[in-house]
Design a protein around this ligand. Structure first.
Ligand code: DLL
Length: 431
């Protein structure tokens, strides 16, 4: 087997030559095969031949989340459906999900970058990988699964939920690697404590936590309570899923798999690059994607570029923690949620008024999202039971549309404070 990690230590000049060559090919492919890029590149007056250096990236047009919605479901495909072997999806801003698709070649790239991610934490054949990321349309479960198999670990596809079964597998199967969202990791740590299972009863040594924002404080708690090294992993479905970037044990930023995904960090107002260390919006250009090449995709995530050499010897650029977003997307128990999606669901329930407030709390490790929404006066007049029944309908509808379980409190008309100007729809009490 060739050493997958050789590229991670390439001299920068050599890596950049590779990136420019790949970028040129990717632009040519997008222009030829994807009508949206054909138009946009023509509008920008750029052709693949104009790409001579990474500096020329700035002449390329951007791609945004709504481009997925406008071309839903498969308008961004650069290959015929016969070449697609996998489809995943993540939240869109309204009822329609963001659909992503993979060719056989893309699956190979994905398992490669996930294998490299796991190798950052030293994962290999002797490991037992407890994969509690959700399996399904979400990229977390299957992304870790394929990477885990590729490094030869024994993968436990346990997915999320069923706490007793999680504890059984963690202990009895001798799991050495834990993969889940940081909040679920903390939840499992608490459940282990409650069950009287101490870290020394387990063989866990490293965890890969991501898919939602977290803090150094949470890292300290995960490391202390589970006796592991906790690494931050970042990725997004549009680019490939998990595998875009991850920390090495130096924990000084997440190495980007730059030979496949070219990062920029830009001032969100001027779209000019910001210097390393300064916060801006993270933008990615895929370099090798076959099914859905993306040029300058605006992730909406805020972070910094870290360019000084890492003590681990990898020459790949790093990004800092994700410190926020430039839009209103929330992440609730690892599920991306846009307030507009909740609104879209609520509007489909007759007898509800379009006045609502989303209240986020974190009592134990896991987030709770309460949706307070007003009922029509006829329901309110019918009494408490009518309000509760309507709440149950709304809860089901939100689960159906958004894929997240929420608490719904239906309140009488005019109970929710009206704002002057921009409506205040979210009350985030998790900090
Ligand atoms: O969350 C992919 C993933 C799975 C990453 C498992 C890591 C582990 P999406 O569902 O498309 O994909 O959500 C992507 O989640 O734009 C960020 O806002 C957020 N996110 C992902 N990782 C992190 C992280 C997966 N480590 C969106 N820190 C991204 C903060 C993160 N936010």
């Amino acid at each position: 087997m060739t050493d997958l990690t050789l590229v991670e230590r390439m001299p920068r000049a050599e890596l950049e030559r590779l990136q420019v060559a790949r970028l040129r090919r990717q632009v040519a492919r997008a222009a030829e095969r994807v009508p949206l890029y054909h138009e946009r590149l023509r509008g920008a007056g750029v052709t693949a031949g104009d790409i001579q250096s990474l500096g020329d990236l700035r002449h390329l047009p951007f791609t945004v989340k709504s481009d997925f919605r406008d071309t839903y479901p498969f308008g961004l495909l650069a290959v015929p459906m016969e070449e697609i072997v996998r489809i995943h999806a993540s939240s869109g801003t309204t009822g329609k999900p963001t659909v992503v698709a993979y060719t056989r070649g893309d699956m190979d790239t994905w398992s490669e970058v996930m294998a490299r991610t796991l190798m950052l934490g030293g994962v290999g054949r002797s490991d037992v990988l407890h994969n509690a990321y959700g399996y399904g349309l979400f990229t977390g479960g299957l992304g870790f699964h394929d990477g885990g198999e590729r490094v030869g670990a024994a993968v436990i596809p346990i997915s999320g939920g069923f706490t007793d079964r999680q504890l059984m597998a963690l202990r009895d199967f001798g799991s050495t690697v834990l993969c889940c969202t940081p909040s679920y990791g903390l939840y499992l740590a608490e459940a282990l404590e409650e069950a009287g299972i101490a870290p020394k009863d387990l063989r866990l040594r490293v965890g890969f936590f991501g898919a939602e924002p977290w803090t150094e404080g949470m890292r300290d708690a995960l490391e202390a309570r589970l006796n592991i090294v906790a690494l931050n992993i970042y990725g997004l479905s549009e680019i490939i899923g998990p595998g875009v970037s991850c920390e090495c044990p130096e924990k000084q930023g997440m190495h980007v798999a730059e030979d496949h995904f070219l990062p920029e960090v830009l001032d969100p107002q001027t779209f000019e690059p910001v210097p390393p260390g300064v916060t801006g919006e993270l933008v990615f250009t895929t370099l090798t994607k076959e099914a859905m090449p993306l040029l300058r995709y605006r992730t909406r995530d805020l972070t910094t570029l870290v360019t000084e050499p890492c003590r681990c010897g990898r020459t790949l650029t790093r990004i800092g923690r994700i410190t926020g977003r430039t839009d209103d997307m929330l992440i609730v128990r690892g599920v991306n949620v846009y307030p507009s999606q909740i609104e879209h669901a609520l509007l489909q329930v007759p007898d509800l008024e379009p006045h609502y407030l989303l209240v986020l709390t974190r009592e134990t490790a896991l987030d709770t999202l309460e949706v307070r929404v007003e009922a029509r006066s006829s329901v309110a007049e019918a009494g408490k039971e009518a309000l509760a029944a309507l709440g149950a309908v709304a809860k089901r509808k939100i689960y159906e549309v958004v894929g997240v379980t929420v608490e719904v409190t239906v309140v009488p008309p005019r109970s929710i404070e009206r704002s002057v100007g921009k409506a205040q729809r979210v009350l985030d009490l998790r900090k």
